[in-house]
Design a protein around this ligand. Structure first.
Ligand SMILES: [Zn+2]
Length: 461
């Protein structure tokens, strides 16, 4: 497999640390509200990667975290100078921070299932790794990478020579940008909080004791701690949205490598943004869509999954309701065809198509091309039974739940109507043929005419 590595900025041959075994981590949701569809695009990328690796025969340890504390809003030039997302939502909804976290964790997990993502080995929650995070800060402190200010313990990025390798954001080009740093106590604009003290005038709902004082961990820290604990000091692949690359992932690298002295991640895989109606999603434009919005408009989460497949993960994808409609139409067509094929579990899986399918995946997850192979298979002249078994095998990767649509029996009355219509048609009695076609339609089936004058009946989806 070849994959684009954001660190080297090129497509590289993928070589896991251990043969046949891959350690993958993906930055998951902050559970303070429902996830918008842009985040689902990123999570979908992690599922595509996970499923591809499995299809290629690797054993995969896949971990996704859930941020349930410490994620601050950005303010002005400061990426984390704002309020705590969970505490703020708690005030807005009049529920406790714990209730907010529980509620949105639950809805996230339900939606994760609906998107048909493979279960990770573990969903790790930041609050269950507080001790590990404190220990990591202590290690960094011992090694001389931290300093304390009036509001927290900070990581000194000037002490990590490779800072900016991933983001391209170096001390020099930040200084050239010469923006005023809102936090004058920070030694360098890129320094970030490892531990934040609770404010003296206000009691936080989520806070813990630490050697430096009562407070809570900085957001970047949790991913490093959880990765080290669950997967080890060096992992194969780290996935996330491209919006996390500049700061969050750069900081994960800095604190991890300074603590362990080892390389943190071998391959960084970033998914591109999802635009909506040609622009950035925004609350003010009313197009900050969640999965519930998608479902309310009559689309299934798998329609959205199909839409995500139509664009390369590193390329732009513009979400519109029209694009959503097209995705739904295509998926319905696949379901119709799959349900019309004769199912024989012993039928041969086409090596030729499977090979082509895998070749497209192997080349930096070229999923639009993978879909093209699926359609090529559908239109090919190989026997239907083989077609069906091949597409079912492909569905190990596609995750479109094709298995649920096989072996659909067409009721006798529907078949009889279709046959009668066929007769009218052969004899050129078009009006009567049309009436019967509509009747079949109303019963939930469609008639597909085949070139030689024959026809096929399929269930409608
Ligand atoms: Zn992360």
């Amino acid at each position: 497999m070849r994959i684009f590595n954001s660190l080297s900025k090129q497509i590289e041959e993928f070589k896991p640390i251990e043969p046949d075994f891959v350690k993958v981590y993906c930055c998951g949701p902050t559970v303070y509200k429902d996830q918008q569809i842009g985040n689902w695009r990123t999570f979908c990328l992690s599922d595509f990667l996970n499923r591809s690796l499995k299809l290629f025969g690797y054993k995969v340890d896949f971990i996704m975290n859930m941020t349930d504390v410490g994620h601050l809003f950005e303010t002005g030039a400061d990426p984390e100078g704002g309020e705590d997302k969970i505490e703020k939502q708690s005030t807005e909804e009049g529920r406790s921070a714990r209730e907010i976290v529980e509620m949105y964790t639950k809805s996230f997990l339900e939606e994760y299932k609906e998107m048909n993502f493979l279960e990770p080995k573990k969903f790790t929650k930041a609050t269950e790794y507080i001790d590990d995070q404190i220990n990591l800060i202590a290690t960094l402190e011992e090694r001389g990478f931290t300093y304390e200010t009036s509001d927290g313990v900070y990581f000194d990025t000037s002490k990590f020579e490779q800072y900016g390798e991933l983001s391209g954001l170096t001390m020099e080009n930040i200084k050239e940008g010469a923006r005023i740093d809102p936090n004058p106590e920070k030694r360098n604009p890129t320094d970030f909080a490892l531990w934040k003290f609770s404010p003296s005038d206000k009691k936080r709902q989520q806070e813990w004791q630490s050697p430096w004082g009562v407070g809570f961990p900085g957001w970047h820290l949790e991913c490093s701690s959880m990765i080290m604990k669950e997967l080890g000091n060096t992992i194969d692949i780290h996935v996330g949205g491209e919006d996390l690359k500049m700061i969050h992932h750069q900081n994960e690298i800095a604190q991890s490598e300074c603590a362990t002295g080892q390389k943190f991640v071998n391959y960084w895989v970033h998914g591109a943004f999802l635009t909506v109606d040609g622009g950035k999603m925004s609350k003010s434009l009313g197009n900050f869509y969640t999965l519930s919005d998608v479902k309310q408009r009559g689309f299934s989460p798998l329609d959205l999954r199909y839409l995500f497949m139509t664009s390369h993960y590193r390329g732009p994808l513009n979400f519109t309701w029209e694009a959503m409609q097209n995705a739904q139409n295509s998926l319905k067509r696949i379901y119709e065809l799959v349900s019309s094929y004769v199912y024989d579990p012993k039928a041969e899986i086409s090596d030729k198509f499977m090979k082509k399918f895998k070749e497209k995946l192997e080349e930096d997850l070229n999923i639009p091309e993978v879909l093209a192979v699926v359609w090529e298979l559908i239109k090919s002249s190989i026997p239907e039974e083989s077609k069906l078994n091949t597409i079912l095998k492909m569905d190990d990767f596609l995750g479109l739940k094709l298995q649920e649509h096989i072996g659909v029996e067409i009721p006798k009355n529907v078949l009889d109507l279709a046959k009668m219509r066929g007769e009218y048609r052969k004899n050129g009695i078009w009006d009567k043929a049309d009436v019967l076609r509509r009747q079949v339609n109303d019963l939930g089936y469609v008639i597909d005419d085949i070139p030689n004058g024959d026809f096929k009946v399929k269930k409608k989806f």
